[in-house]
Design a protein around this ligand. Structure first.
Ligand SMILES: [Zn+2]
Length: 204
């Protein structure tokens, strides 16, 4: 019953309220979490089982709804530029400039942390080749930007890893907006570097 119910709930990746409750990471909506908490109590499921059921269903649902998986499977059309066993590259339908490509792993991997290193390396290798192809093409291309949005806060819109590769030229409309005036002290930079090094050590 819980599986059927979750299946019907259609998680929306753009609305992740998991931080509100904290104990159900990876779920897509607050409604799902409240439902699961109630269901867990009623059925006596332990937390892990409730999370496992919900995440499994979310993964299946995300795959079913994924436009990039549809492209890989040939169910949706795309202007393909490159394809091998592991990755493919095609033109985005929302380009910054003409020639704006996406490079994706063929397997459905929602975020960078889901991607194995070997696939990640291959993805970057093909990204470099695509950047070179853009520069050698007759498209307007004075420079190239690479852009990978990992997570909702980073403006990820399709939750299947994708690298943007797009031509740039003087006077185009692409902007990266931030307050570039903030200049932290060396001490602050060193402290931040130490926190990142520490996190790296914990992972290895
Ligand atoms: Zn996908």
């Amino acid at each position: 019953m819980v599986e059927q119910y979750l299946f019907q709930m259609v998680p929306i990746p753009g609305r992740d309220f998991s931080f509100v409750h904290g104990w159900l990471p990876g779920l897509c909506s607050l409604r799902e979490q409240i439902f699961l908490e109630n269901y867990q109590q009623k059925m006596g499921f332990d937390k892990e089982k409730a999370v496992w059921l919900a995440q499994g269903k979310r993964r299946i649902k995300c795959m079913e709804d994924c436009v990039f998986c549809d492209i890989v499977a040939g169910k949706a059309s795309a202007s393909m530029v490159y394809e091998d066993e592991t990755v493919c590259s095609f033109l985005t339908i929302g380009p910054v400039n003409p020639g704006h490509l996406l490079v994706i792993p063929k397997q459905h991997k929602p975020s960078l942390s889901d991607l194995d290193e070997e696939t990640g390396m291959h993805l970057f290798k093909i990204t470099m080749q695509m950047a070179k192809a853009l520069r050698h093409s007759d498209l307007q291309c004075e420079g190239v930007n690479l852009f990978l949005a990992d997570g909702e806060a980073a403006f990820q819109d399709v939750f299947h890893v994708h690298m943007h590769v797009f031509p740039r030229f003087q006077g185009d409309q692409f902007k990266v907006d931030a307050n570039w005036e903030i200049k932290p002290s060396r001490q602050e930079l060193d402290e931040i570097a130490e926190r990142i090094r520490h996190a790296q050590e914990l992972r290895t």
